[in-house]
Design a protein around this ligand. Sequence first.
Ligand SMILES: NC(=O)c1ccc[n+]([C@@H]2O[C@H](COP(=O)([O-])OP(=O)(O)OC[C@H]3O[C@@H](n4cnc5c(N)ncnc54)[C@H](O)[C@@H]3O)[C@@H](O)[C@H]2O)c1
Length: 468
Amino acid sequence: MQQQNDNRRGFLKKTVVAGTAAATVPYYFSSPKTLASETRSKNDRIPIGLIGAGGMGIGNMRSAKQWLDVVAIADVDKGRLESTNKSLSGGKADTYTDYQKILERDDIKLIHIATPDHWHTKPLIEAMLAGKDVYCEKPLTLTIDEGKLIRKVQKETGRIVQVGTQQRSQFRLFTKAIALVAEGRLGKITKVSVAIGGAPQSPEIPVVDVPENLDWDRWLGPAPAVDYRFHQAKDEDGKNKGRAITNCHFQFRWWYEYSGGKLTDWGAHHVDIANWALKANGQTEGPISIGGSAEHPVEFKDGFPVQKNQYNTATKFKFSVKYPNGTEMVIRNDTSNGVLIEGDKGRIFVNRGKLTGKPVEDLKTNPLPKDAIKKVYKGLPMEHDGRRAHWANFIHCHREQVEPISDVHSHMQMLNICHLAGISARLGRDLKWDDENEQIVGDDQANSFLKRDYRKGYEIQMPELAKS
Ligand SMILES: NC(=O)c1ccc[n+]([C@@H]2O[C@H](COP(=O)([O-])OP(=O)(O)OC[C@H]3O[C@@H](n4cnc5c(N)ncnc54)[C@H](O)[C@@H]3O)[C@@H](O)[C@H]2O)c1
């Protein structure tokens, strides 16, 4: 462990900036912290810092409360900061509007990132560089190049990163489906179909004053500077009617500026299962092309929405992803949410409520070997189920310093597919993909979507990497 720490310090010496302009060198490059995770007894409670005190941050911290104490919370909305502090720790946690303050603390080794999607890559990289182990919500990135940065930093720092794709820890459903595939019960997989629904549409959303509690500039962070939009419909009695429509809390999902729409919001869950199934079936090669069609609620020019005042992500789509061995992955909005896995010996369907198909029925007379599910779960302990199990997995992997079930490498493999679907949707054309070099073939305009510009002051600062 000592040698690993020395290597980490060497690696932190120089920095380059992934983005447009260099900003001041942050604390963790000039004065690296104690990077090793402390050895603790299995029953010790672990302090954690929460970045992003919205719906998912709260839900996750409740799922993990048997192991963790939330000692610090960061949010750019002071109202949420206060109410989340009250509900998660009786108001005892330290609160910050700048999440960097949590990363500076030596007493916190675990971080949970539950910010909107456009605010994942930067704090995740910074947290790893500050020596923290991180449970970060999906999708980890908005672009394919951000995935390369995360993989590099994770490899170099050796930090433990769990992605919030908790379906991997739904043992009776998704994990069991993968075990069926791995045990050959479907034969050779020929097709996986992923149904994830389409994004909602909105009417024009008015520009209004930014609420007093909200630091809108910091909420936007690396994304382009735009006006704050919000509208809450009311019924005759003046009560709220449905969810508010906005370009901010929760609804950021339906704007390409902050998300990939359904293609990454739900794609990150179900494409992950589809990709896991292909890997469990022995498929080693990545995709070679993606083609299909998509509908957006607004007009697009050169891959960017023309109207800036309403949701803009794809409402309808159907994509076909092809692999060198003839396998196909279909990603669509128009059938029942779930993943259909088809092989030359049988097919199964799985979603958050059911696992069906003849190979499942056949388990009554021909059950899976005792360790089949554990084998696809990397042999890791299987405690609880669903989100709580996913947190148990992260805590275990933090304590043992081993790779969690939702690792950054498999996440990026499948997220590349989601992002390619998004690029194809935005440009309205099919794409050829060079998986080894992570480049779109012969299409400069499409390749320009592999990265995004960061607003000045919100660039990602990358150390010069020793390993590529
Ligand atoms: N794994 C799952 O099943 C699942 C389910 C829902 C959401 N999610 C993911 O969780 C994330 C959060 O989703 P949500 O629905 O809770 O969104 P949300 O908008 O309710 O909450 C996000 C919070 O982050 C805060 N925030 C924004 N910028 C910040 C910054 N720079 N520093 C600190 N806080 C900042 C916002 O003010 C907000 O309070 C998303 O990435 C989403 O994809 C995952």
